[in-house]
Design a protein around this ligand. Structure first.
Ligand code: URA
Ligand code: SF4
Length: 205
């Protein structure tokens, strides 16, 4: 079985990595997706935000967090006083995994094998950017980077030491806010998400 490792460029740079990821066939997910959605943001970013995988809108646009979850993220970042343009934003898995429902494409959670196959891209992004803070958005990112037993519900919003970067913090995925049933619940979860990002903002100040 393959992985992204088979497609890494000989000389590592962010542009070389991005170009190589365009042609990645390290797992079957490239087959049903429009394009690779690589990370976006400045090379010198002090903050890296890691989601799960591109959604429908990201698959079409070719950029991470541009759809509904991205709008929630943008709003929370702004409330926390973090400029999105200063952050490098990426995902654990670089291709959109979906299942058809009528004429809609519904997000499907990537398997552990797909996460493992794609992880070399993220590891190299982190190595090249060397941010001060890495934020895991949701359980897929947190478990891929912090271990399968990591529980976002129990360990969210706390700065943790890490071998790769000075600080890691895990929080919920912005789409979990969109899934709240009532507007009161959405408001409450948005406030908690923003509070977690304020911890990140403080660490950067
Ligand atoms: N959800 C993610 O995890 N990443 C995106 O880029 C968009 C939605
Ligand atoms: Fe390669 Fe990742 Fe896409 Fe699989 S999901 S083909 S490993 S870039």
């Amino acid at each position: 079985t393959g992985s992204a490792r088979d497609f890494l460029p000989a000389r590592l740079s962010l542009p070389a990595l991005r170009a190589a990821a365009d042609g990645c066939h390290g797992c079957p997910l490239y087959r049903n997706a429009t394009q690779t959605v690589f990370g976006a943001g400045p090379t010198g970013a002090r903050l890296i935000l890691v989601g799960e995988q591109p959604g429908n809108d990201e698959d079409i646009a070719g950029a991470p967090f541009v759809g509904p979850a991205g709008r929630v993220l943008d709003q929370a970042l702004e409330q926390a006083g973090i400029a999105r343009d200063d952050a490098y934003v990426t995902n654990v898995v670089k291709h959109f995994k979906w299942e058809g429902r009528g004429n809609r494409r519904l997000h499907k959670k990537p398997s552990a094998r797909e996460v493992g196959a794609c992880l070399p891209w993220l590891e190299k992004e982190i190595e090249l950017i060397r941010p001060e803070v890495l934020v895991c958005l949701g359980a897929t990112a947190a478990q891929a980077l912090l271990g399968r037993s990591f529980k976002v519900t129990q360990q969210r919003g706390v700065l943790l030491p890490d071998e790769r970067v000075p600080h890691v913090l895990a929080t919920v995925h912005p789409s979990s806010i969109l899934r709240q049933r009532t507007s009161a619940d959405r408001r409450a979860e948005m406030a908690r998400f923003t509070a977690d990002l304020e911890v990140v903002a403080d660490a950067l100040n």
